[in-house]
Design a protein around this ligand. Structure first.
Ligand code: NAD
Ligand code: IPM
Ligand code: MN
Length: 352
């Protein structure tokens, strides 16, 4: 079992360190960790945010544990050299089209949500976000209008097969859980969304046990805050899923609590190849201060155990240890507490 560890920039290395300590503490036979440069760190060392050797290391592994990328010093580089291209490149190159972002309020943590306790306690949903298409990967550029003004443009598109395969994942997730699926789009305005909606409806025909509804993305943002209990599995495109999952992270208390798994079709010996990362970024505002909450990274490692290594028992052990640490009051600065990054890691390890 080979894991490529790519800590990246900013707080990426700080939170990934704690997730690695948790994986190592499980003492799984045959588990080997390799680490590589990615993001701004890789640009500074090798002249490219996703060096070929890092991509090869990821390809050769059973799973990738990813931190975060993004460096304000790189924000004015040509786009293809910016740190964010590394995570986009890994997703595309490895065909990791299915991004699972679970959002739930941990028992006893209701008061950390900006919602009233009864609404907060009901949050338990899964975003199934398409990750290799949409306006993210369309042609883009800057040009001049007829009037001579500078203009930026980005092409949004989805093909039916792209929608079908992510919809299949979402229907299966819904069938295994509550049986309820909400597909989010903007079909009242966008042709891309109309095709999305028609394709999701076609896939629904093969999943009679799942109740499907469609919601416009603006309404979905409102309903997530007003009636979060309404949602179970939420199927979205790449852009809408990015935005709504950050919103959901605030509703569960902090973005420092929300993990993700990005999966494709390639099978490993005991599961599916995937990349696992917190949904947050490199948080330049708190880097180097020991204030980053590593729970999202640790919970991403739990998802890695579950989906790529077929280690459901260990995944649950890690999640229970996180829950116990949180409910016993080990809270980071993001939750109004004073526990530092390593202290939170220690607290999880102690409860494993
Ligand atoms: P961000 O997620 O890095 O930070 C947003 C806010 O949340 C900040 O106030 C930050 O301090 C806080 N925060 C984030 N993670 C936290 C944690 N674990 N513990 C405590 N507080 C936490 O988003 P941003 O500021 O918009 O972006 C910063 C950089 O990260 C940008 O370069 C962006 O492109 C990049 N980014 C990368 C990824 C990724 O690698 N997958 C994801 C999002 C953003
Ligand atoms: C995320 C991030 C990325 C995205 C950026 C860094 C490319 O915001 O993983 O949510 O937009 O997908
Ligand atoms: Mn994001």
């Amino acid at each position: 079992m080979k894991i490529a560890v790519l800590p990246g920039d900013g707080i990426g290395p700080e939170v990934t360190r704690e997730a690695v300590r948790v994986l190592e503490a499980l003492d799984l036979p045959g588990l080997t960790l390799f680490s590589g440069d990615v993001g701004g760190v890789a640009y500074h060392a090798h002249g490219h945010p996703l060096p070929p050797e890092t991509l090869e290391m990821a390809r050769a592994a059973d799973a990738v544990l990813f931190g975060a990328v993004g460096d304000p010093a790189c924000d004015n580089l040509e786009r293809h050299l910016r740190p964010e291209q590394a995570v986009l490149g890994l997703r595309k190159e490895l065909d990791l089209f299915a991004n699972l972002r679970p959002a739930k309020v941990w028992p006893g943590m209701e008061s950390f949500s900006p919602l009233r306790a009864e609404g907060a306690g009901a949050i338990d949903c899964l975003f199934v976000r398409e990750l290799t298409g949409d306006v993210y990967f369309g042609e883009k550029g800057q040009r001049e209008t007829a009037a001579g003004d500078p203009e930026g443009w980005d092409l949004m598109s989805y093909s039916a097969p792209e929608v079908r395969r992510i919809a299949e994942i979402a229907f299966r997730a819904a069938a295994q859980g509550s049986g309820k699926l909400t597909s989010v789009d903007k079909a009242n305005v966008l042709e891309t969304s109309q095709l999305w909606r028609d394709t999701v409806n076609a896939v629904a025909g093969e999943h009679a046990q799942v109740t499907l509804d469609h919601m416009y993305v603006d309404n979905a943002a409102m309903q997530l805050a007003a009636n979060p209990a309404e949602f179970s599995v939420i199927l979205t495109g790449n852009l809408f899923g990015d935005i709504l999952s950050d919103l959901a992270s605030a509703l569960v208390g902090s973005i420092g609590l929300m993990p993700s798994a990005s999966l494709g079709e390639r099978q490993t010996e005991r599961g599916t190849f995937g990349l696992y990362e917190p949904i947050h970024g490199s948080a330049p505002d708190i880097v180097g201060q020991g204030k980053a909450n590593p729970m999202a990274a640790i919970l991403s490692a739990a998802m890695l155990l579950r989906h790529s290594l077929g280690r459901e028992d260990e995944a649950k052990r890690v999640e229970r240890a996180v829950e116990k640490a949180l409910t016993s009051g080990v809270l980071g600065f993001d939750l109004g507490g004073s526990a530092g990054t390593a202290e939170i890691g220690d607290a999880v390890l102690a409860r494993l």
